[in-house]
Design a protein around this ligand. Structure first.
Ligand SMILES: C[S@@+](CC[C@H](N)C(=O)[O-])C[C@H]1O[C@@H](n2cnc3c(N)ncnc32)[C@H](O)[C@@H]1O
Length: 237
């Protein structure tokens, strides 16, 4: 088991917000070491982590001051990059310890309690329409049905030129998923194996179908062995 992450079963509570809070509350203090390559089990997952976050920030391509909502901010690494580009950023994060860590590292950030399915946006306060939703390494915490619900809600709040830019683990097909599961088993990567078997990493085709059903057109690009970035805009009628 990884020394950086607590093991054990997922909590019984199936609510999408609370499902992973205990895990991430416990991981907050050592998360940044893991994304920097300190844990062999996750080295390939986080390979090129900083470059991946830069790519996501770069794909937003909206003018400074545009409203960017980042979901699942973790320790605030992408938040920092978004603020450096002059965006108005609302960070959303369900884990209390992660929120605390993000606020400590990025005191100027507006980090709010919430989740993909509960966006803490103030419609009356100028937050009804969003120029970009962004997220890295977080969307796989939702089941595919929840992913669809979350994307439908985001699509409904996109400003006319708005976009959704996400990067996360996606598998090209079932054979690709089974290959990494087999390899994790062979190398004794028990924590990674638990993640691969219990979290909700989508197949590329399933994600494409979900995006199409909610009326979004998306372009995908693979960024490392696990992570794909995709940028979605509303389909033109
Ligand atoms: C692996 S971390 C990624 C953190 C950061 N985005 C990054 O790229 O380093 C996943 C984050 O997603 C958050 N998360 C888990 N379930 C979520 C949900 N339903 N809605 C929003 N965020 C969630 C976790 O609390 C955690 O902070």
């Amino acid at each position: 088991m990884s020394e950086h992450m607590p093991g054990g079963r997922l909590p019984e509570d199936p609510s999408p917000e609370a499902r992973f809070n205990a895990l991430f509350d416990a991981w907050a203090a050592t998360y940044d070491a893991v994304v920097s390559g300190a844990d062999d089990e996750y080295a390939e997952v986080f390979a090129g982590y900083d470059r991946i976050l830069e790519r996501v920030a770069g794909e937003i391509d909206r003018p400074p001051g545009a409203l960017v909502v980042e979901i699942g901010v973790g320790t605030g690494n992408l938040t920092q990059k978004l603020l450096a580009r002059g965006y108005r950023v609302i960070g959303v994060e369900p884990s209390q310890a992660m929120r605390r860590e993000a606020r400590r590292k990025v005191p100027e950030a507006d980090v709010r309690e919430g989740s993909f399915l509960h966006l803490p946006l103030d419609e009356a306060g100028g937050e009804a329409y969003v120029d970009a939703f962004v997220s890295t390494y977080a969307f796989h915490h939702l089941t595919d049905a929840e992913k669809e619900m979350a994307l439908r809600r985001m699509a409904a709040r996109l400003a006319p030129e708005g976009r959704i830019v996400f990067a996360d683990t996606v598998f090209a097909d079932e054979a690709a998923r089974q290959a990494v599961i087999e390899e994790a088993r062979r190398r004794g990567f028990h924590q990674l194996l638990r993640d691969l078997e219990q979290e909700f990493y989508p197949l590329l085709s399933d994600l494409e179908d979900i995006l199409a059903r909610v009326g979004l057109h998306a372009v995908f690009e693979r960024l490392n062995r696990y992570v794909w970035m995709w940028k979605a805009v509303r389909r033109r009628p």
